[in-house]
Design a protein around this ligand. Structure first.
Ligand code: CIZ
Ligand code: SF4
Length: 303
């Protein structure tokens, strides 16, 4: 079926089903075009608290759909693709958190939103890549166990020397695959380009960068900055919005591996099917629903 026809059907179904579509910047550009809200995970969490529609179709990975559900328990949240999951979200365990809690009295477990609802349920506060500094800075605790991403944790720790951080060894395989060598080569080819990087990247890549931020912050920075060329160190989905907002600027990747296979599972066809059937729905056990919503709400209050 032609994309145009599919998009028309999606728009009709949205009205018929009283549904709204949320999409992350890493999904395919064609999917971003039909979404009502597109953004980074912080923007999407905030947007999720202000929706009028009864049904939310989530075009992203599982932890994002779960967060939308946690912030909207009365609404139906449907994943466009139920198999789109983020491996990093599973890279810490409840047992590991309990172990670290037992070692420190004055401890906050700070949980990057890229984590399962179960992990959120045993955490004190959530953060995203765009608010982590703001949120952690405001915590009264001295000791911070940052889960699951080590790179984001180390980036935040460097900016907040007054805190003592304990790290977990989780990582994003997409951002980890961007190497300092890749960036150095790209800078040789485009010496006048600025390097814009997501904090899930390694310390070595961050050290070579001109700006560090979440997907939305990278897009804002490129749009506002008076430079024509940018080397982008994050998942390639952001190129769609970067190019939409800046048709005369040039954006370069650093290699062919800036591709999140899970985000790319989401297609227009699957989004249409999710709207038609309002399934698969995100459901969570009652206990997790109650406990995991608290750190997310705390994040929204502190940021
Ligand atoms: O999945 C990621 O890497 C996210 C959530 C990026 C972002 O900045 O929103
Ligand atoms: Fe997870 Fe990395 Fe994909 Fe983001 S880009 S969803 S952190 S695997």
């Amino acid at each position: 079926m032609e994309n145009k026809e599919l998009k028309e059907q999606i728009n009709t179904l949205k009205k018929e089903k009283d549904a709204v579509i949320l999409a992350h910047y890493y999904v395919d550009g064609e999917v971003q075009k039909i979404a009502d809200y597109v953004g980074d995970s912080f923007y999407l969490s905030k947007a999720a608290t202000k929706l009028e529609q009864k049904n939310i179709i989530f075009c992203g990975v599982k932890f994002m759909g779960e967060s939308a559900k946690l912030l909207n328990p009365a609404k139906t949240v449907v994943m466009a693709d139920d198999f789109a999951d983020c491996p990093m979200a599973h890279m810490v365990t409840v047992e590991k958190i309990a172990e670290v809690r037992a070692q420190y009295e004055d401890l906050a477990v700070v949980c990057y939103v890229n984590s399962t609802a179960e992990i959120k349920s045993v955490s004190d506060v959530c953060v995203t890549s765009s608010n982590a500094l703001r949120v952690v800075e405001k915590l009264p605790q001295k000791n911070i166990f940052f889960v699951p991403d080590e790179n984001l944790g180390r980036y935040v720790a460097e900016k907040l020397p007054q805190k003592h951080f304990i790290f977990n060894d989780g990582f994003c395989h997409v951002h980890k695959s961007i190497t300092a060598e890749n960036v150095i080569k790209a800078k040789e080819v485009y010496p006048d380009a600025l390097v814009l990087t997501h904090p899930e990247c390694t310390r070595e890549v961050i050290a070579l960068s001109d700006f560090i931020g979440s997907t939305s912050e990278i897009i804002d920075y490129a749009t506002k900055t008076d430079c024509e060329r940018f080397i982008i160190c994050t998942e390639m989905g952001v190129f769609f919005e970067l190019q939409e907002k800046n048709p005369n600027k040039h954006f370069y990747s650093v290699g062919h591996r800036q591709f999140c296979p899970n985000m790319k599972k989401v297609t227009l066809e699957k989004t249409k099917a999710a709207l038609e059937s309002l399934a698969p729905e995100v459901t969570l056990p009652d206990e997790i629903m109650e406990k995991a919503a608290l750190p997310l709400q705390k994040m929204l209050e502190l940021s």
